[in-house]
Design a protein around this ligand. Structure first.
Ligand SMILES: Cc1ncc(COP(=O)(O)O)c(C=O)c1O
Length: 383
């Protein structure tokens, strides 16, 4: 039969994370530490605001950019991180996922290069490929920070149109330090490049200060910020994200957004509006709990002899597994089938993730303990 699917869609694969989930489902007795979904309920005030919105029939289309009330709250919230966008520079999207696709669609011509960290969340590469762009990768250092000289070199030789930054990081848990942010600023200022900064985990940063390339006013015309509420309010299924950009980008992003989805779900928007007004203490409480879990998982892994960095944000930890002399997919499959615990192979996050595995600590302490006990037993008895 004649090929019916487009060349661009044939260039991409179902994500390695999803492929691994499919295998996990075949082992129902396994403890899974794979999902990027916090185990907390949506804060009560958000639930109530959404129920009220339904009862008040706030169920119609909103403006394409989203309700002004929420965009104003986002402006205020970001200001707390020293990031300045007016409500007109914000568009509510269907999760961070739609925001990313809209931004890439608005910017990329066929063959345009996108500079992507590796390891990283897989959507950057797939969005680029499906739009006919060309991914170019930059390796991260051992601590998953950016090697600025390497980055500058690649920008000078490859001349990418977009640079993707992704901190706090899925899968590594690394955050952007002040020093690297300052150096990145110089690179961005001195090169002809647009930064797409995915900061969807910004509310889960264990450092006292938060650093972002979007904090510089004088390069605002070179930065697009992608973020959202999935992780912040533990509302992954409610599908609400946002993108912030100056008008010259927003004009294009808005066209893609309008024809793609018209607007983000109205009910979720009213929920997030209430969330920003009255649930930031719930977010703090979740963060405290994540820190406890992070310390527990980190200490257990260290005691088992893993080489592992202490995560500073998000809710993932990324230990090295190359000492077992198996590729990460094979190691995680054996761990799943024989050790009955599921962890995501690092290769699902690109070539830079090979030799690692991702553990999500967005699970209860009890589940983390059971999962890590199984890992420990497996390593003692089978390896
Ligand atoms: C780094 C990163 N960006 C974007 C997303 C997509 O977020 P959403 O579920 O809001 O579409 C995720 C989801 O896991 C993510 O980890």
């Amino acid at each position: 039969m004649k090929e019916v699917l487009s060349n661009n869609i044939n260039k991409i694969e179902i994500s390695g994370i999803r492929r691994f989930f499919n295998k996990v489902e075949l082992v129902p007795e396994a403890v899974s530490l794979t999902l990027g979904q916090p185990d907390f309920s949506v804060p009560e005030n958000i639930k109530k605001a959404m129920i009220d919105a339904v009862n008040e029939n706030k169920t119609t289309y909103t403006s394409n950019a989203g309700i002004i009330e929420l965009r104003k709250e986002i402006t205020k919230y970001l200001k707390g991180f020293s990031i300045e966008y007016s409500p007109n520079e914000i568009c509510l999207t269907i999760g961070g996922s739609e925001a990313l696709m809209d931004v890439f669609a608005a910017l990329l011509n066929t063959g345009d290069k996108v500079l992507i960290p590796t390891p990283a969340y897989p959507a950057y590469e797939s969005c680029t490929n499906v739009l006919g762009g060309k991914p170019v990768f930059y390796n991260l250092k051992q601590d998953f920070s950016i090697d600025i000289d390497l980055l500058d070199n690649i920008i000078k030789t490859e001349k990418p149109k977009i640079l993707v930054l992704s901190y706090p990081s899925n899968p590594t848990g690394a955050v952007l330090s002040k020093e690297i942010r300052n150096k990145l600023y110089e690179v961005v200022r001195n090169n002809d490049i647009v930064v797409v900064s995915d900061e969807i985990y910004s509310s889960i940063c264990f450092e006292n200060e938060y650093y972002s390339i979007a904090q510089y006013k004088d390069i605002k015309d070179k930065v697009i910020l992608v973020s959202g509420f999935s992780k912040m309010f533990s509302m992954t299924g409610l599908r609400l994200g946002f993108v912030c950009a100056v008008d010259s980008y927003m004009k294009g992003i808005m066209k893609m957004h309008q024809y793609n989805v018209s607007c983000a779900p109205s009910i979720a928007q009213w929920g997030a509006y209430e969330g920003l007004r009255s649930c930031l203490s719930d977010v703090e409480a979740m963060k405290k709990e994540f820190m406890k879990r992070r310390d527990y998982v980190f200490n257990r892994l260290k005691a088992m002899g893993f080489e592992v960095n202490l995560p500073q944000g998000a809710f993932y930890i990324f230990p090295k597994i190359d000492i077992f002399k198996m590729n990460s997919e094979y190691f995680c499959e054996r761990l799943l089938n024989e050790g009955k615990v599921a962890m995501v192979p690092g290769s699902a996050f690109g070539t830079g993730g090979e030799g690692y595995m991702r553990i999500s600590y967005s699970y209860s302490m009890q589940q983390l303990k059971e999962g890590l006990d199984r890992l420990e037993n497996y390593l003692k008895n089978k390896i």
